[in-house]
Design a protein around this ligand. Structure first.
Ligand code: NAD
Length: 728
């Protein structure tokens, strides 16, 4: 093997983000290793270096092919540098981004047209621009490393794949699959990628610990990619042609129909709130009749630049970077736990145990009877089986996951676990007795993390012998879907307990937002104002459908794919839990008014809650209960306009958020925005609760409107004195 410096291959500048080596047969190995970041990103710096390498390889007669790989553990390339894009959006100046896009188009086209084979050896996440880079290679070989995944998630940032992705992906996997992947930003794993033709080979490979070009060359993945590149040398390098079925679905008429159907599906899912998926379809449809380069420059680029300048994209990119900040800020621990105890195998405990087993933890799941445990294991099996059905995991992986969970009714079995997550029934005495049991059995350093949603950590740990080991780990329901976890810190919580709780949330793929202990923590405290007001409106005779429609028209929960108003949300949370949360927040004073009589009637005799909605229509039984309540508590029926209804639902949340900041529950307004977006489905395209409020009205106007509402509807609307001063 010779190294760069070979007389016939010379790079014009020293490389900062890439390492190169040349094999004896002229194969150029290129290792991407962006300096100063944990993942590889594409920006003007790295793209210019890659351009030098591609041009030098093209010029040199000694180079017979190029193999691109990553020297980062678990990441091939994360795509375009979002910090750079965010800066451009803040300044409203996009020239540098446009330059980057132009370089990418010319460069990827040169790779595409090169007679020398370009092969990408993908291990770890291959996202956005990273996948577009891999798509410009003639072949892609991936390893089955647990972090290997592929996606063009740009629409989730309010833009479209802008390095030729809208043009190349349909040509590699066919239009129907490309429409699906791009418009939803959907992620696929190696097996699915192989089936759809996104990659050309898959190998199981043990990654080298030493991430140097020399060390990783012996890996099976790199060896497989080298032989793939060698086999391409004999014929002019070309992308693998589409399968016949994929080609048939690419004809002009079928294309129009497929794109029309995709538009219909997108509008159904995200209504008119998100323009990016629709623009991506436009780019694909227009570009399919042109060459890739022409399509990239004429169809894709103008739409990308238009989307990048939109407020929706600015908000989505801010929230994405906020998530990165949350993960970065959450302390991590070198001696992370591998075994976890879960106390309570109900709705939440079973989901948490399932998630832990999925991520490789050994779990001891404890409840009070074998039948409850059997039901929990049944639920876990059902959820995990759906992944086998979707072919994202093999049946053998499902078996391993289930074997990792040991159900038990004995607390002693939980004692070897260094971390225990408590998800028992929401009753203070039960929680305290479970904590006492834990303390009597657990090792001296074991950590107790409670998933309570309505008690404070201080309440639960009141009688603890070692309160420093107690921390809150507040997951949201459904656990697999909700990305936020509030990590609750009380004054007595140790740094070690906090770090372990953050670490486990991070390894479950969640965003661990550290919040200060207090009633309702952050999310439920703000949410309660919204839910309580919705119930008050029902009690005043405002139709259930009207209340939920106002919220859905605002975009509530649209990002989850299931828009939802406050009353449907109460049905989802479950009335008993919702009532518990509202009751526990009564300590906040007159601003939490819950209509207990109405809610109690909905819980009525059978203890089976009467939901507001049943099979998509207002529940007849709920309407009867509401009518009875209104007869018993007649109120003056005052017509309420949509505008006032909207203000009554959303302005109290803003008021409560400002109070939370004042109380130090979190310190920054962006943390509120982030938490509400990922915790309760506040629409991401609005940038979060406080961003929306600031952009809609001045602080004085918000305080003024709350004042008016308080004169009309009661003290609960009285604004926090600091609200009108702004600064939040
Ligand atoms: P659940 O009633 O479905 O489950 C509670 C389980 O705890 C039951 O299976 C019960 O048998 C078991 N249990 C009772 N005493 C026990 C003991 N001593 N040891 C072991 N198990 C015991 O309740 P859930 O909805 O899963 O809620 C559990 C916790 O999660 C609560 O603190 C709740 O506030 C919180 N939480 C709930 C939600 C939600 O949407 N339901 C969301 C976030 C947090």
């Amino acid at each position: 093997m010779s190294h760069d410096g070979s007389p016939s291959f010379s790079l014009p500048a020293t490389l900062t983000h890439f390492k190169t080596a040349i094999l004896d047969d002229g194969m150029l190995l290129v290792g991407f290793d962006y300096r100063g970041k944990s993942v590889n990103v594409l920006n003007v710096d790295s793209m210019s270096e890659w351009q030098h390498i591609v041009q030098a390889a093209e010029r040199s007669t000694a180079i017979t092919g190029v193999l691109l790989m990553s020297l980062k553990e678990g990441n091939f390339c994360a795509g375009a540098d979002l910090e750079q894009m965010h800066e451009a959006q803040r300044q409203g100046s996009f020239r540098s981004m446009e330059q980057l896009v132009e370089i990418a188009h010319q460069l990827f086209d040169a790779m595409d047209r090169s007679a020398k084979p370009f092969v990408a050896a993908v291990e770890g996440s291959c996202l956005g621009g990273g996948l577009e880079l891999a798509l410009a290679c003639h072949r892609r070989i991936a390893s089955t490393h647990p972090k290997t995944c592929f996606a063009l998630p740009e629409v989730k940032l309010g833009i479209l794949p802008g390095f030729g992705g809208t043009q190349r992906l349909p040509r590699v996997i066919g239009l129907p699959a490309a429409l699906d992947l791009i418009t939803a930003g959907r992620m696929v794993f190696p097996r699915q990628a192989l089936r759809m033709g996104l990659i050309d080979g898959m190998v199981s490979s043990v990654p080298s610990r030493m991430r140097t070009l020399e060390a990783i060359q012996t890996e099976t993945l790199i060896q497989a990619a080298i032989s793939q590149a060698r086999s391409l040398r004999s014929a002019p390098a070309r992308q693998r042609p589409l399968r016949l079925s994929q080609r048939l679905l690419g004809g002009p008429l079928v294309r129009v129909l497929l794109c029309g159907y995709a538009r219909h599906q997108v509008k159904k899912r995200v209504r008119h709130f998100y323009p990016a998926p629709l623009r991506a379809i436009d780019a694909m449809q227009r570009g399919m009749g042109m060459s890739v380069l022409k399509g990239s420059l004429m169809a894709e680029k103008p739409l990308l630049m238009e989307l990048m300048a939109s407020p929706v994209s600015r908000h989505l990119v801010s929230l994405f970077l906020a998530g990165e900040d949350v993960k970065r800020k959450a302390a991590s621990v070198p001696d992370a736990v591998t075994r976890v105890g879960v106390l309570g195998a109900g709705l939440m405990g079973s989901q948490i145990a399932g998630q832990l087993a999925e991520k490789g933890y050994a779990v001891v799941l404890r409840d009070v009877t074998p039948s409850i445990l059997a039901a929990a294991m049944g639920r876990i099996l059902k959820t995990q089986t759906s992944q086998v059905r979707k072919k994202s995991i093999l049946p053998s992986e499902l078996r391993y996951r289930l074997l990792r969970i040991a159900p038990t009714t004995t607390i002693k079995d939980v004692s070897p676990a260094p971390l225990v997550i408590e998800a028992v029934s929401e009753k203070l005495d039960v929680k305290r007795s479970v904590l006492a049991e834990f303390e009597s059995e657990a090792g001296p350093d074991a950590i107790f993390a409670t998933n309570t949603s309505s008690y404070t950590l201080t309440d639960i740990a009141l009688k603890a012998v070692h309160p420093q080991r107690c921390v809150g780990l507040h997951f949201f329901n459904p656990v697999a879907k909700m990305q936020l976890v509030e990590v609750v810190r009380a004054p007595f919580t140790s740094d070690q307990a906090l770090a372990q709780a953050c670490g486990i949330a991070k390894r479950l793929g969640k965003f661990p937002l550290v919040v200060r202990d207090g009633p309702g923590f952050l999310v439920n405290r703000i949410l309660s104002r919204y839910l309580a007001e919705a119930v008050i409106l029902v009690g005043e005779g405002v139709p259930i459908r009207r209340i939920d429609t106002i919220a859905k028209d605002f975009g509530m929960a649209v990002d989850s794919g299931h828009p939802m108003g406050p009353l449907e949300l109460i049905d989802l949370i479950g009335l008993p839990v919702a009532m518990h949360v509202l009751a526990s927040l009564a300590v906040l004073g007159s601003r939490i008014e819950s209509r207990d009589a109405l809610l109690r009637n909905l819980l009525a005799d059978t203890r089976t809650p009467v939901p507001f909605w049943k099979s998509g229509v207002e529940n007849r039984q709920a309407l009867d209960v509401i009518a009875d309540y209104r007869r018993a508590y007649p109120s003056e029926a005052r017509p309420v306009s949509d505008e006032i209804l909207h203000q009554r639902l959303f302005l109290p949340m803003v008021d409560e958020a400002v109070r939370c900041l004042h109380d130090g529950i979190v310190e920054q307004a962006w943390e509120v925005d982030f938490a509400l977006t990922y915790g309760i489905g506040f629409p991401a395209f609005r940038g979060g609760l406080l961003t929306w409020a600031r952009q809609t009205m001045t602080p004085e106007q918000i305080a003024g409107k709350l004042d008016e509402l308080s004169h009309r509807y009661g003290k609960r609307f009285e604004p926090f004195p600091g609200l009108s001063h702004g600064g939040w």
